[in-house]
Ligand binder design. Structure first.
Ligand code: ADP
Ligand code: MG
Length: 234
């Protein structure tokens, strides 16, 4: 018990420090991003000695832009983690939010060889939810699913209306998880990926808790993974 408490305090302290760092990094980062954009514009009108040189310049700026985007996303996640905004709850068509997130991610999923199967409730259940935060939850879960299916696979998404809840499940045919991973997966900063932040699921869980909802998981190595999202009905 005391140990658990100490762990929670340590996590909270780590969270505060990383939020501080994220905050310090955010403004200079956004200024770097803007300046890179200006340079890209300038390069579009510049004359180079050779097409190869022009190509190289564009490649370099493209690489910088990608890294800036990645850092921006990570710092945003750190800050969301430390100061979760209170959700503004409205009756929300969960199917519609899912459809829009899937639409947004379609190209990425196609490129990864992930086939999406939708088994949506005809009841079109409405949940009491913050649409923006719910999008964030589905985006994080979709991304994890894609990252678990490196050789492609199938993602089956279901929605179900229960008496008091809307349930969404996302089932992937990826590598699944060992018991040891499952024990830690919702902890902030826990990641098995080389460049993972370990914040995706922690943020999802925090968002769903603030909704009075729930996030749970079923998985075994080589058996794929299913995440269940439960939200109160509107
Ligand atoms: P990150 O994606 O940055 O590693 P997350 O909090 O999103 O952080 O996930 C934590 C860990 O949970 C991942 O590193 C991975 O080991 C495991 N995980 C999450 N989703 C899945 C999934 N769909 N299939 C297999 N493992 C998963
Ligand atoms: Mg993730």
């Amino acid at each position: 018990q005391a140990e658990a408490l100490m762990r929670a305090e340590q996590l909270a302290a780590v969270g505060r420090i990383s939020a501080q760092v994220a905050h310090e990094v955010r403004n200079p980062l956004s200024s770097i991003g803007l300046n890179v954009e200006l340079m890209q514009d300038a390069f579009a009108h510049a004359t180079f000695d050779s097409p190869a040189e022009a190509h190289e310049a564009r490649e370099i700026l493209g690489a910088v832009t990608r890294e800036v985007d990645r850092l921006t996303e990570v710092t945003e996640q750190y800050l969301r983690m430390a100061r979760p905004p209170r959700p503004s709850l409205e009756p929300t068509d969960v199917t519609e939010v899912l459809a829009s997130v899937l639409d947004f991610s379609r190209e990425e999923l196609e490129r990864a060889g992930v086939e999406v199967v939708r088994e949506l409730s005809p009841a079109n259940p409405r949940a009491l939810a913050d649409e923006g935060q719910l999008r964030q939850v589905f985006l994080n879960l979709l991304r994890n699913a894609r990252e678990a299916m490196l050789d492609g696979g199938r993602l089956t998404i279901t929605t179900q209306a229960h008496a008091r809840e809307v349930e969404v499940s996302l089932r992937d045919t990826g590598h699944g998880m060992s018991e040891a991973v499952r024990a830690h997966l919702f902890e902030p900063f826990f990641s098995t990926k080389e460049d993972g932040t370990g914040l995706g699921l922690a943020v999802c869980q925090q968002i769903l808790k603030a909704h009075g909802g729930e996030l749970s998981c079923q998985s075994a190595p080589g058996q794929g993974t299913t995440f269940f999202v439960r939200l109160p009905r509107a």
